[in-house]
Design a protein around this ligand. Sequence first.
Ligand code: ADP
Ligand code: MG
Length: 328
Amino acid sequence: MGEFELIRQYFMPLARLHGSPSVIVGPGDDCAIQRIPAGFDLVFSIDTLVEGVHFPFHYRPDYLGWRALAAAASDLAAMGADPACFTLALTLPEANESWLRDFSAGLGKAAESFGLVLAGGDTTRGPLALSLQVHGLVPHGEAIRRSGAIPGDLIVVSGTLGDAGAALDYLDVQSASADEAFVLSRYHYPRPKLTLGAALRNIATAAIDVSDGLLADLGHILEASSVGASVERTRVPVSAALTRLKGRKARDYALNSGDDYELCATISEAKWAEATVSLKQQLTVIGVVEPARGLRLDGAAVVLNSEVSESEMSGSNAGGFDHFRRKS
Ligand code: ADP
Ligand code: MG
C-alpha cells in the first residue's frame, strides 16, 4: 500500500469528523488552513511519542492512538483552550494494515470524543514514532498560564491522581482484577479535562496538566509564578481502587507518578467561594500558595527536580520525568 492510499484509507476519515468550523482546508493540499475567529487567540502545542520511551514496545495500536491524542489535548485543557484541530506526523517501520486500522480507530475515537478534527500530517518510514500538534482557541487574553499564581491562592486538583502510574505495575497481568482493570483503563484511556479547563478561564490564576507527577508539575507553576506552596498529603485525592491496590503507598503514586492528565490549578479564595457547585465537585483543595519559595509537603521541604543539579540528585526528590537527566 502506498503512502497516499494509506493516508486516504486510514486518516482522511478523521478529517471529516465534526471538529472546529475554523478549519477551512484540511488534508490534501500543501498546508491546512485555520481561520482564527475575531477576538480569539490560537493556542497550540506539539507532543512526540517514541516507541520504547513514551509507550511500551508492541503497545496496542488502538490504545496508542487514543493516548497520543489525549496527552496532546491535555495541554489545551491546561491552558483553558477549546479544542479545534490537530496534525499528525507518523513514522512507521512498515505499512501494517491491521496496525493502521486499530491505530486510526483509537485515534478517531479520541478525536471525536475531544472535538479535534484532523487537519493534516506527514507520513514517513522509520522507527515507530508520532508527533501530534493540537490547536485550540481561547477568547483573546484568556488563556490560563503557569505564571499567574499569587500567595493566598488555593491549590486544587481534578479527579484522582496516581492511578495511571500504578497501572505500569499491571501492564503484563493476564486476567486483571476489577481494581487493576480500573487503573489500567486510566493509563490506556486518559480523558483530558477540556471542559473543566475551559470552565477555569477567568477563575484560575494558573494551571497545568498533571503529566509528569503532581509535585513536579505543581513545581512548574510555583517556579513560573515565583512563589512557593504548602500541600497536605492526606488531602491529595486517590481512588478507592488505588488505595485497595497500594495501601499506604497510594499517595506516593498520587504525588509522584505521571500520566493521569488531570488538572492542577490555583484559584483565589474569593473566586473559589463564588465557584459553582459543579466546579467545586470536580476539584479538591490540596494546599495553598505562599510567598516563601519552595514546596512544602506537610511542612517538610520537597526537593524539586529543577532545584538540584545532576550530581546532587537523591532518591527523595519530587520525581517527574526528565529525558536529559541521567538516572543515578
Ligand atoms: P507535502 O509533500 O506537500 O508536504 P505530503 O505528501 O507530505 O505533502 O502530504 C500530502 C497531504 O496529505 C497533505 O495535505 C498532508 O497534510 C496530508 N497527510 C500526510 N500524512 C498525513 C497523515 N498521517 N494524516 C493526515 N494527513 C496527512
Ligand atoms: Mg507541498
